[in-house]
Design a protein around this ligand. Sequence first.
Ligand code: UDP
Length: 367
Amino acid sequence: NRIAVVLGTRPELVKLAPLIHELGPAARLLHTGQHWDEAMSGRFLRELDLPEPELLSGVGGRPRAGQIAASLEQLDAAFTAERPGAVVVQGDTNATLAGALAANAHGIPLVHVEAGLRSHDRAMPEEHNRVMVDHIADLLCAATEENAANLRTEALDERAIAVTGNTVVEVVLRQLPDAAARAALLARYGLRADGYVLATVHRPENTDTAEALGAVLGELDALAAAGTAVLFPIHPRTRAAVERRGLQRLLERLTVTEPVGYGDFLGLARHAALLVSDSGGVQEECTVLGRPLLVVRRSTERPESVAAGFAALVRPGPELGALAAEWLSDTPERLARLAATPSPYGDGLASERIARLTLALAKPLTA
Ligand code: UDP
């Protein structure tokens, strides 16, 4: 019996890639289709050298409940047709929850990669997904001791918890383009190493109201007006929100691109003087790349990046502009300090550990 790996979005492809490689032919990939297009999935499958997944249908673009329901029904059928030895899910997306519920319904051992993250902000659907999946998982792969402590606080079974590190460390080290390719990349965008801001924004708290979206983009526009190049690979949801709110004017001074491939994103992040983002994955990647990050969010489930000095939480609006100016004023010292600070997310062997534990969990059923 194979190991079913259920995923549906760009960050899941990125973080699960090293584990899928470790599992080799034992892995059966099921893609829920939550982000299914060339820019958000197709190119990531190729770049990360992943096998073609089995694609479920009719999920993208639907509201949350419909996405979870459609994925659950199709995963249920897939697991009935071929019962896996274990099901692996990662993170906190609707695909994560659907995969977990389908495993649970079939009594199949469930592995949660990146267990124990908590923002303690129940306004985020991701927080609901994390908490629910952790509470029905059989193997909880916590990236850090802090994540494991969160699981213990919720009285989860100690025997199910393993501190593995985060697979982001190995994926960044493997996918970061070499120095020559990075120099060519910067030249393509007309950027000077250590001399620009790289920004991404897509969470509902920053895109769902004209005030929040205008506040974030207004501060990026002000940075650009003050002479700092701002590269902005725009997420499809954010592009739609900008058009809906008529905020195109705030993009005029930014270098706006379509979302870029993973290697390109890492190469661009590696030489940014400052990252500005509401992404979860970027909060981890910045610690491997040694770059400072302003997290434009109300709360974070990754306080390790803040505690280690890589990141700070800011509100959209003047606080973002003020802290960005402050952090940009001492770039050489800051970069030197961060280059000497280890990532809090582990040693780059997480996927090896998770694969070993997953295969051991699947064994009793397949024997
Ligand atoms: N990313 C990318 N290209 C881009 C923007 C982001 O490859 O143009 C990567 C980024 O490095 C991170 C992942 O996509 O690994 C983050 O995805 P997203 O922000 O959608 O999700 P989150 O991390 O917030 O769950």
